[in-house]
Design a protein around this ligand. Sequence first.
Ligand code: ADP
Length: 436
Amino acid sequence: MRQKINRRFTGIALFSVVITTIVMTAVFYSQLKKQVFSDLAVVADLLIAEGSFTQKTDNLRITLIDAGGKVLFDSTADEQSLANHLDRPEIAEAVSSGSGMGIRKSDTLSESVFYYAKKLDNGQILRVGKEAHSVVAVLLSALPMVFTTALLLAVICLMVSHYLTSAIVKPIDEMAGDMEHIDEGKSYPELIPFTRKIRLQHEEILSAANIRQEFTANVSHELKTPLAAISGYAELMESGLVDEKEVKRFSGEIRKSAARLLTLINDIIKLSQLDAGDAKDILDVVNLAELTKESVEMLSYGAAKNGIDVVYEGDDQADVHIGKELAQELIYNLVENAIRYNKPNGQVTVKVQKKGTQIIFSVEDTGIGIPPEHQERIFERFYRVDKSRSKELGGTGLGLAIVKHICNLTDADITLMSKPGVGTKISIVWGRGSFV
Ligand code: ADP
């Protein structure tokens, strides 16, 4: 950028210098021409006042012509040899309007000549001429001065453009060097939208990095607990100090911890796949109603053992661009939660309904509910209202985070309604925006 600005400035400056030089020279020449003619007019007037035209001068040509164009006298040529002068423009002009001017290559002299002609009272024409080389010499003598000035100006322009470029680029350089205070308006107002955007992206990157770091720390912590249990029980049994009955119980604990590790690892893998955006390729259309009905049937067996009734109500056909794998993930996570956080002999109602272009999936339970202060946060990774209860029931704290992720991926809106002691309803709607 610096180079580009500098180049432009230099270009403009040099262009201006060249144009100024040309214009100045042209103006100077035209002034000089005017001056020459006015000098010639003065000379002519002087000669007229003196009344003697027939004198020889070094650098002036004096010609006297009669009203018919015949040359009566010429200071530089033999008047006999000169043709009728009435057709000379300056003479013609003087005849018609009293005085005339012209610059011409003289027939007699090989130089260009400046002519001034004036009509006398007796009808004769007095013409005074001055050779151009003397005028050009004046012009040439001024040229070195003109070029020196132009060169000086060019050098000054180069220096100023260099300085201006630095002054323009400096705030941007400073901005790039100090991202933290990018928004404090030290730079150009025009750049504020960009600086805001950069700052926002900066913050987003930082916050994403923080979330990832926090997640990694949580994952390590979550994995440690079941591993420590497995290792502890195994160590006790290894020592041989545990009796037969305890061995059975410890083996059960080890199996439970291992199972917990497996579900945890599965959930973590699912989340990172969703984070990586791998799932987006497999969002084919599935009949969500059919799939939900099947899943409810499978889950209801286990729930029935705990006296919980899971039923499906709703349509038979509802197509959603979600892919079978993500659909099952969503259904299982929500229905399992509704069973897990239910009360004895509780009820779970699962529905898939088609309303116009919208498809609504909902899971409602008559369970323990979620206190209002926790409702915002339960979609965060590893957030649980009651940690020990969740763990006891085989929860990982990742289920709702996965559900939310799937909703984002498939352009769905998710809403939660819950009342402690009464129950919870989670609804997901597709097609509220442009998605159908
Ligand atoms: P978890 O594996 O612990 O169930 P989730 O992410 O699925 O993790 O849910 C987070 C927390 O939200 C749960 O620990 C629980 O406290 C609360 N929760 C989720 N669903 C329900 C529900 N249907 N009723 C009551 N509380 C719920």
